[in-house]
Design a protein around this ligand. Structure first.
Ligand SMILES: Cc1ncc(COP(=O)(O)O)c(C=O)c1O
Length: 451
């Protein structure tokens, strides 16, 4: 049964409450199908998927191998619970993740969305200290990074720090120790270079560890790039330095690679850039190729062992999500890993990073462009009202949105974060696609009245 655009738009406005959207000024934008990197609306207009359908599509839409894997799984069974029961797809995926993550990571706990996987990692870390061989129940705090984003559940919001999203919920949140946001663009006072910035940020974290180290259950970080903060990039060496502090103080490390994992940065895992092996690697979004809700926490045998014991000892991990490890999603993930491996897509990302960065540099000619940054196929163009002081436009002016609205007229769909135009195409994007994106942003920059 098909319905007219008008009918669907009417029902969209009346009944569908969209995520992170001010419904009072939402205009229906209805994508009916997609092919590769193209989103196609009800009227047949095509838009380049410039943010990978919110950072999750990896190898394009309607990928034949992923479609086939889902269909084949569907003909066997759509869902099998993970509560005391198993299925070949999540088993094989767990084995694959154990192979593809650095040693000693080898045990996989599934959830459905990223935020739920963050909850899993936080609760596992907390419980670990209460039932490991030498329990340390005083470890009841988490350390998080300024401006972090770890999802919208209460645990995720507690460790998160994007004031605009989170301050409303302050009374509901648990206490977190928070360090500065290790921003490589807005450097700490008196600091001139990225190397100095790394040292300055790490000195601040060292002070926090000296004060709270014995109380910390875990540190949680988005490695290298803080997505929702506005694709804030860390100065090199920060992650490795933080991991070193964790080791020194015996604190567990949670790497939230929900946005930066799965090859986006040009390595399968962002932590690999700084040879860091976390205690918990949290994966979501692109793990299923961006096709179906799936997330996972991969951890070590040291953690896993602390949860074993006789039934009556009650050491199980009392946590689970109905659709965690869903076979359809796991089948999509297995096909995604096969394709990543066979297609050398991660090498392709490293090559495309060079192309995209070069294309984006040309936008620096616009005085409102304060910064252009890029790592793998994650990039950002940051708009500023004052370039020297790096002051952004007031968020109420929605400048980023104005640029992206104009870019849509050039056939590129982008979703900004405040003053930051996020560019995060699927890994299969070509040089021509990178040019198309940058031309659309240029058109957007030219179209907006900056006065
Ligand atoms: C770093 C990070 N963590 C967690 C999440 C939450 O994931 P989800 O939206 O799947 O719950 C996101 C989502 O953007 C993210 O970027």
């Amino acid at each position: 049964m098909t319905f007219s655009y008008e009918k669907l738009a009417e029902w969209d406005l009346r009944h569908y409450w969209h995520a992170f959207t001010q419904m009072a000024d939402y205009r229906p934008f209805i994508i009916e199908r997609a092919e590769g990197v193209w989103l196609i609306d009800l009227e047949g207009n095509r838009y380049f998927d410039g943010v990978s359908s919110l950072w999750c599509n990896l190898l394009g839409h309607q990928h034949p191998a992923i479609n086939r894997a889902i269909l084949e799984q569907l003909q066997r069974v759509a869902h099998v619970t993970s509560l005391g029961m198993s299925n070949p797809a999540p088993i094989l995926l767990a084995r694959r993740l154990a192979e593809l993550t650095p040693d000693p990571l080898q045990h996989v706990f599934y959830a459905s969305d990223g935020a739920c996987a963050v909850e899993v990692a936080l609760k596992m870390a907390f419980q670990y200290w209460r039932q490991c061989d030498a329990p340390e129940p005083q470890r009841d705090l988490f350390l998080a990074v300024g401006n972090a984003y770890h999802g919208d559940t209460i645990g995720g919001v507690s460790v998160g720090g994007v004031a605009r999203f989170h301050s409303m919920f302050d009374p509901l949140l648990f206490r977190v120790v928070r360090g500065p946001c290790p921003d490589a663009y807005r450097l700490p006072p008196g600091v001139q270079s990225a190397t100095e910035a790394t040292a300055a940020y790490l000195a601040a974290y060292r002070e926090l560890f000296a004060r709270y180290g014995h109380r910390l259950a875990a540190v949680i970080i988005e490695p290298l790039i803080q997505g929702a903060a506005g694709m804030v990039m860390h100065p090199p060496g920060f992650l490795a330095g933080l991991a070193e502090l964790c080791r020194e103080y015996g604190v567990l490390l949670i790497a939230d690679e929900i946005a930066v994992g799965m090859g986006r940065t040009g390595r399968l895992w962002a932590c690999q850039w700084e040879n860091v092996v976390p205690d918990f690697l949290v994966i979501g979004k692109g793990i299923s190729g961006g096709y179906l809700p799936l997330s996972a926490v991969v951890t070590s045998d040291r953690i896993f062992q602390a949860f074993l014991g006789p039934y009556a000892a009650s050491r199980s991990f009392f946590h689970g999500h109905t659709f965690g490890g869903n076979p359809l999603a796991c089948a999509a993930a297995l096909a995604t890993f096969d394709e990543l491996h066979q297609g050398h897509w991660i090498d392709h990302v490293q090559h495309m990073e060079v192309v995209l960065r070069e294309e984006l540099q040309s936008l620096r000619d616009y005085p409102v462009v304060g910064d252009v940054r890029c790592k793998g196929l994650i990039a950002a163009v940051e708009l500023v009202a004052d370039r020297d002081r790096k002051h952004g436009f007031p968020w109420e002016e929605a400048r980023g949105r104005q640029v992206c609205d104009a870019a849509l007229q050039r056939g590129v769909w982008l979703r900004p974060l405040g003053n930051v135009i996020v560019v995060m195409p699927p890994l299969v994007a070509t040089a021509e696609h990178c040019q198309l994106i940058v031309e659309a942003i240029r058109f957007g920059l030219q179209s907006v009245d900056w006065s």
